[in-house]
Design a protein around this ligand. Structure first.
Ligand SMILES: [Zn+2]
Length: 466
């Protein structure tokens, strides 16, 4: 039985058009004006925009480092539900192996977390936290298994690799036209500055951003991009947060490099003054890179507007305030890093970007869906409302308004960094591969998510033109 979405305006990164959309099974099968009903079930969506299901290319839905209290507050079940309720139909989660384990084992363990539990479609970036001949040989195996993107770290002692190892990994990834994203912070400098503040008894959340100033990020971005230049690999920078880093990206692009930049809502609508919130509440905002200055925020918005920033994802990594963030009450360096956000991204970007006139709705579609799909080999299966694509469709109602609240959120965490934020616009309904899975912010059909097998198209490099 087919469904006819009648009377809405279909929006892509390039245009908006009033078009009826027919869904049959999991796919969009027909689009046009005044389509005949035939035997389709009609849903009147007039007054709404039809947007491609949003893709969040940076989540940590379920992390458990084996220390019990430090596992994330969300798991795949709760995190994916919060995602799809508000329009995110695909997540690319960070699969992170333990030291000594193979990428294959990590893939199997992430499949175990997601399979049968996820309410949105999913795939993973495979993290490379050590480099040896076995891991090198697994790069191709991962690509053959549909995992075409990788993640490495320049900070965090348990995750980071040496520059030469990053270079070797880049050369191997380049052989298969895979995509690499890196967490850019100078880990040595971070360690040095944490030790300094702790030794001086400076232990409140106020000091967290001071241990990771903009130079610490920008130096790593510059170094990473120089290494990528040597390796001749187009690369992604995850959660870029500062003006200085964006300047480094500008220099790389000027010398002809292809660089993709991701930022996150927290760097666009929150700033560093929150670390001084009373009653230890600054801990709620402890993430890395940290929240930045208003000047950085303004520069990032300029990048979002002019295309220097390519995508917006969330870095969702939720820890409860009570019992988890509070572990660092006497020492900020013990506060688990991360914030929830997979649920709130669409409404935040619509409210702070589109309704303020900073960006068009078309640009929002590019930032949250279409350009992510193109960058990570999901396009055109995902990322666009067109005939032949998966029927992942957000029926976006621009007239609704709401207030973000920890009490009503679906994320399984005891706070939200956006508590009390007023929002405009929301997903009236969400279709995942042709099935209506959410309505008015509530999930009506759970756990329908599938693994998305990605394949690199050697003809288009899997890349958009930037
Ligand atoms: Zn992350």
């Amino acid at each position: 039985m087919s469904i006819l979405l009648n009377g809405g305006v279909v929006v892509s990164a390039n245009e908006r058009r009033q078009l009826d959309v027919r869904i049959d099974g999991e796919k969009i099968v027909e689009m046009g004006t005044n389509l005949t009903v035939n035997d389709s079930t009609v849903e009147n969506v007039s007054g709404c925009f039809l947007l491609p299901g949003f893709i969040d290319a940076h989540t940590h839905l379920e992390l458990n480092n084996g220390k019990g209290s430090m596992g994330t507050a969300d798991n795949f079940t709760t995190g994916s539900k919060a995602a799809v309720a508000k329009g995110t139909t695909t997540v690319i989660d960070m699969a992170t192996p333990n030291k000594g384990s193979s990428l294959k084992d990590c893939l199997a363990s992430w499949d175990k977390l997601a399979q049968g539990n996820s309410s949105c479609d999913y795939t993973y970036h495979m993290s490379i936290i050590e480099w040896n001949p076995e891991i090198k040989a697994e790069i191709k195996e991962m690509i053959d298994a549909g995992i075409t993107s990788f993640k490495m770290y320049m900070a965090y002692d348990n995750l980071r690799t040496k520059d030469a190892e990053i270079f070797e990994a880049m050369e191997e990834i380049r052989n298969y036209q895979g995509m690499l994203g890196i967490h850019c912070e100078n880990g040595d400098m971070v360690n040095e500055m944490i030790a300094k503040f702790v030794s001086e008894g400076k232990l409140s959340p106020h000091y967290h951003p001071l241990t990771r100033p903009d130079s610490v990020e920008a130096e790593a971005v510059e170094r990473y991009l120089m290494i990528a230049h040597l390796a001749d690999l187009p690369v992604n920078i995850v959660h870029l947060s500062t003006k200085r880093s964006l300047e480094a990206v500008g220099r790389a692009r000027a010398r002809g490099q292809k660089v993709y930049v991701e930022t996150c809502p927290q760097y666009l609508v929150l700033d560093e003054h929150l670390y001084d919130a009373p009653n230890f509440e600054g801990a709620k905002y402890v993430c890395s890179p940290p929240l930045r200055s208003l000047e950085d925020q303004e520069t990032l918005w300029s990048g979002v507007i002019n295309g220097a920033v390519n995508t917006i994802s969330t870095d969702h990594c939720s820890f409860n305030f009570e019992g988890q963030k509070t572990i660092g009450r006497e020492d900020f360096s013990k506060i688990p890093n991360g914030m929830p956000g997979v649920e709130t991204r669409p409404e935040l970007i619509y409210t702070y970007g589109v309704t303020t006139g900073k960006i068009s709705l078309e640009r929002m579609v590019a930032l949250l869906s279409e350009d992510i799909a193109k960058q990570f080999a999901l396009y055109p299966q995902k990322g666009i409302v067109q005939t032949g694509s998966d029927a992942d469709i957000v029926i976006w109602d621009p007239e609704t308004s709401g207030v973000i609240s920890a009490a009503t959120q679906l994320q399984n965490v005891d706070y939200t960094p956006y508590d009390g934020f007023e929002t405009q616009g929301s997903a009236r309904a969400v279709y995942l591969r042709g099935q209506k899975v959410a309505e008015a912010g509530h999930v009506i059909t759970e756990k329908q998510g599938n693994f998305v097998f990605r394949k690199i198209d050697p003809m288009n490099e899997g890349n958009q033109s930037t």
